[in-house]
Design a protein around this ligand. Structure first.
Ligand code: AMO
Length: 430
């Protein structure tokens, strides 16, 4: 018999359901339990004399979170969740759950975050936790749909790299045969090299690694970076236009496909109104200073400053905006400088940077000079610099943190909530 999910049951028909025992009630002659599967809950009712004696016995032996399959007749029931119950004629226990359970799955009792992540497989049985990942899945699907319809080619570039693009402080070294190598911080160098290939528009969705030293609500050591790079741009504006259309498409899609899920989490989102507001770094620093923060021109925004800027911008009617023209001294060598400023941007949603990028330096000699000024050894980047010696179009792109997007969309305090098995300085298992 084919499996039916709890959300697809029809009264009067036979069904085979598979799932976990959420709750058991024993009223003597009437025993029932709630089975939970991916789609919801269903009540299994075993009344003495209405079902075979073996079934009543099987139900009385069940424990919470046992993994079971149940076959039976679906009947109307005003008291049961979903208005239906199953009168079982077969129950199989596929796997017993040990007792006591390490954490609660119902969400009624709060378990500490660390303990939840120690037993993440069980934490994920909480429907609210699962819902986060359904929304994340939809957001990623919509991003892919957008890129595919906008002329981008999906690529996969190496995770094991010989040189980092985002500064030495957050590199994870590893031994690659007899050589030192690193986990990538970003596909930056490779997506740019592909601009010299003639593919013109590429995107990559894959893991990026940062040895972040401190703890914040928005940093982890491994995250999924959505990277895109576009050739033949006239200016950074071409990238911003693409990016804002992308988030508009994602939000439309999530609102349409995840109505139930958003409701379940109490998340209220609206479709971003285009064009999104652009403010310069200089303006942003002034606004933040005006709120008593100690930021100086030339500093990057810390978490607290980003939040304050977010509050000011929200009051002005912008939960989305771009901060553009950062000082070139705080930007990596691959960003095109324009005097003291640079062709760069951060994209902010609800007071948090969720993406950054810019127009790239495509002039080989200028790039070598900037690398030296920033204390980098150009010979270590020969494989990358070569791509700029034999004809490369002007180009620009974005690195987008998918976890931060979903975190902000759902109003979650910590980015770890959006990651199945988060990696932080303290956590390497599970
Ligand atoms: P950047 O370093 O700003 O830029 O990273 C891009 C985006 O990636 C996400 N992100 C993180 N998310 C979780 N934990 C972290 N430790 C973390 N670090 C970064 C953020 C951020 O906006 N190569 C450039 C992008 C480009 O220019 O195309 C880069 O990596 O959402």
């Amino acid at each position: 018999m084919e499996r039916t999910y709890s959300g697809e049951l029809k009264t009067g028909s036979k069904a085979l359901v598979k799932g976990w025992v959420e709750k058991i009630r024993d009223l003597g002659g009437l025993k029932f339990f709630i089975l939970r599967d991916r789609e919801g809950l269903v009540q299994i009712t075993a009344k003495r004399n209405s079902v075979p004696a073996g079934i009543v016995k099987a139900v009385s032996k069940l424990g919470r979170e046992d993994c079971v399959t149940v076959q039976g007749l679906v009947k109307k029931s005003s008291q049961a969740p979903g208005g239906m119950e199953i009168i079982p004629d077969k129950i199989d226990v596929v796997s017993k759950a040990a007792s006591p359970l390490p954490i609660e799955t119902s969400g009624k009792i709060q378990t500490g975050m660390d303990k939840r992540f120690d037993y993440r497989f069980m934490d994920l049985r909480n429907p609210k936790v699962q819902t986060i990942f359904r929304i994340r899945d939809t957001a990623l699907t919509k991003m892919r749909e957008f890129f595919e319809s906008d002329g981008f080619v999906e690529v996969h570039t190496p995770v094991i790299q010989a040189a980092g693009a985002e500064g030495g402080a957050t590199l994870f070294p590893l031994i690659y045969y007899k050589q030192e190598a690193f986990l990538r911080q970003s596909p930056q160098l490779y997506k740019q090299m592909l601009m010299a290939s003639g593919l013109d528009r590429v995107y990559e969705i894959g893991p990026a690694f940062r040895a972040e030293k401190f703890h914040t609500r928005r940093h982890v050591s491994e995250f999924i970076s959505v990277d895109a790079e576009m050739a033949w741009i006239d200016s950074q504006e071409d990238v911003l236009n693409m990016l804002e259309r992308m988030v508009e498409y994602v939000f439309k899609g999530v609102l349409k496909d995840c109505k139930k899920e958003l409701e379940e989490l109490g998340a209220k989102i609206t479709i971003p109104k285009l064009p999104l507001k652009r403010i310069t770094y200089d303006e942003a620093v002034k606004l933040v200073k005006g709120k008593g923060m100690k930021i100086k021109w030339g500093d990057d925004f810390m978490d607290a400053e980003e939040r304050v800027l977010g509050e000011v911008m929200k009051k002005r009617g912008h939960e989305w905006y771009f901060v553009v023209r950062f000082p070139s001294k705080i930007k990596p060598f691959y960003i095109m400088a324009d005097g003291k400023h640079s062709h760069s941007y951060d994209m902010i949603y609800r007071g948090m940077e969720i993406a950054s990028g810019g127009q790239r330096e495509h002039r080989h000699d200028v790039m070598v000079k900037v690398m030296k000024e920033k204390g980098l050894d150009p010979s270590k980047f020969k494989f990358y610099l070569d791509a700029f010696r034999f004809g490369v179009p002007c180009h620009g792109g974005v690195g987008f943190g998918v976890e931060r997007l979903v975190q902000q969309m759902l109003g979650l305090e910590n980015i770890k909530e959006v990651i199945m098995f988060p990696r932080t300085p303290e956590r390497l298992v599970p």
